[in-house]
Design a protein around this ligand. Structure first.
Ligand SMILES: [Zn+2]
Length: 440
């Protein structure tokens, strides 16, 4: 039986996106005045290729020196050695990479590829969460956050605010450009997640003024100033709340319950042996000190034979028995930013917490951004490229997929990523060795 080649959405293929990323890098201004041996786009694209190939370290990437394929597939004219790469990228301001993220995202918007991610009435669910990806007692740079311990020792660390479009039914996520949580020039104070979120939403609206979002975050973000910020930028929300942190809110719900104003709702999923129990209340104050910040409250229990899971959220979307189940799924999908994004980056071959080189200024942040960019391109393959999906299904795991991909990339001269995936799918035609026959 003939094997039919799986179809690819051309503009979201690895080859098309590598080309797009490469031309995005080419339009960035080079901060260096002289001594330009390796071009900035070559240095950026080499780092991108390192994360795209999931090379375990900069040294390992440097050692392989698969220059032929780096040229044909990633468009790199000259590959820098590890020291050159670090030296070129360290002074680069990470914010210059924003247009590149935006241009890749625009490809998702083309040809309705983004549409399956729609969550509710044309809105996308956008999960935001902070994560730490580096910590050291000795290695540090100008943008490291500091924690001074009682004994005077210092821990240096890096965090970022990650953002991804998620959907409760879909495994893939679409990461947006993260907001670094860093020490800024000339300030002695640590930056924090709350400030990073503020900067993030302002830039989100600049980049995507018309996209409709429902932001979902954990209970740390369910505070009045943040809700006002979201409101100011025209963003809806589903935010976790906790009885311990939001005492006043839960007291009001309790009082409303006694007065008979709370709606109870239950859905039985007999096939799965689960009961979904809700109670909700619209238009209630978030806390005593901000009585004018009004929210809608949802409490939810998932009851199965052996366990009960309990969650609660506030949202600005008016809750009723028709939408409460869907809103709950949106609130619960928030874990995807931890599981499908940070966990994948840390444990599925991307080595997010590894030290590819820290630098003295921005290198650590620039690498984190480029890794997220490589992840964004991979997610496009996961969702839109049937060939990638077929290879993934055939090999059974991403880890094995990346391993096989690297092995081919480092061994054979290839013309495109498509050729590489086809080789992984169909198997390589190995030439039959020809032995000379000694007829004497
Ligand atoms: Zn640092």
């Amino acid at each position: 039986m003939a094997i039919v080649a799986p179809q690819v959405r051309k503009h979201l293929s690895a080859d098309a996106l590598f080309h797009l990323v490469r031309s995005g890098f080419a339009s960035l201004p080079d901060h260096r005045l002289d001594d330009i041996d390796i071009s900035l786009p070559d240095a950026l694209m080499s780092a991108f290729a390192m994360f795209s190939l999931k090379a375990p370290s900069l040294l390992a990437f440097d050692k392989e020196r698969a220059e032929g394929n780096l040229r044909t597939i990633y468009g790199i004219a000259r590959v820098p050695c590890d020291t050159q790469m670090r030296a070129i990228l360290d002074p680069l301001s990470p914010k210059v990479l924003r247009p590149v993220f935006k241009s890749v995202f625009r490809q998702w918007q083309r040809g309705k590829a983004l549409e399956p991610m729609t969550f509710l009435d044309g809105h996308y669910l956008l999960a935001l969460d902070g994560t730490e990806y580096f910590s050291s007692k000795t290695i540090h740079c100008a943008s490291c956050l500091h924690k001074v311990h009682r004994n005077g020792s210092i821990t240096y660390f890096h965090q970022l605010l990650g953002a991804a479009i998620i959907h409760p039914d879909l495994r893939a996520v679409i990461p947006l450009m993260p907001e670094p949580i860093v020490r800024h020039d000339g300030t002695a104070k640590n930056d924090c997640e709350r400030n990073a979120t503020k900067r993030f939403v302002a830039k989100l609206r600049q980049d995507h003024p018309h996209l409709k979002f429902i932001v979902t975050e954990d209970s740390l973000s369910a505070n009045a100033p943040h809700i006002e910020t979201l409101h100011e930028y025209g963003l809806h929300y589903i935010l976790g709340v906790k009885a311990g942190d939001h005492t006043y809110l839960f007291q009001q719900v309790q009082a409303a319950e006694h007065a008979g104003h709370v709606t109870a709702y239950e859905r039985h999923d007999r096939a799965a042996g689960r009961v979904h129990r809700f109670r909700f209340l619209n238009d209630v104050s978030l806390n005593a000190s901000n009585p004018d910040v009004r929210v809608n409250f949802i409490e939810y229990w998932e009851i199965s034979d052996d366990k009960v899971q309990h969650f609660s959220w506030v949202t600005d979307l008016r809750v009723n028995t028709r939408n409460v189940f869907h809103l709950m799924r949106g609130g619960r999908a928030r874990w995807k930013i931890e599981n499908e994004t940070f966990h994948t980056l840390k444990n599925q071959g991307y080595n997010f917490e590894h030290n590819y080189g820290h630098g003295e200024q921005n290198l650590s942040v620039v690498f984190a951004m480029l890794m997220m960019l490589a992840f964004l391109v991979d997610q496009a393959q996961q969702v839109c490229c049937a060939l990638f999906q077929a290879v993934w299904a055939k090999l059974g795991s991403k880890r094995l997929l990346w391993e096989r991909m690297r092995a081919l990339f480092y061994t054979y001269a290839l013309v495109s990523m498509r050729q590489l995936f086809e080789a992984l799918f169909y198997g390589l035609q190995k030439p039959t060795p020809v032995f000379g026959v000694d007829s004497t």
